[in-house]
Write a protein that binds this ligand. Sequence first.
Ligand SMILES: [Zn+2]
Length: 57
Amino acid sequence: MASFKCADIGMSCGFQVTGAKDADEVMAIAAAHARSSHGISSPPPDLVAKLKQAIKA
Ligand SMILES: [Zn+2]
């Protein structure tokens, strides 16, 4: 199981992903969330790197 909290990458946001099967699934869910809630259509590489580090597998 993998999880992620938006707050862990410095967003003031209560969004979290829990129960995803792996980091790839977390990434997909987080990308959709970033687009719909933060207006980030294509996350810059530094944000992607931060996100990957914040995923707890
Ligand atoms: Zn968020």
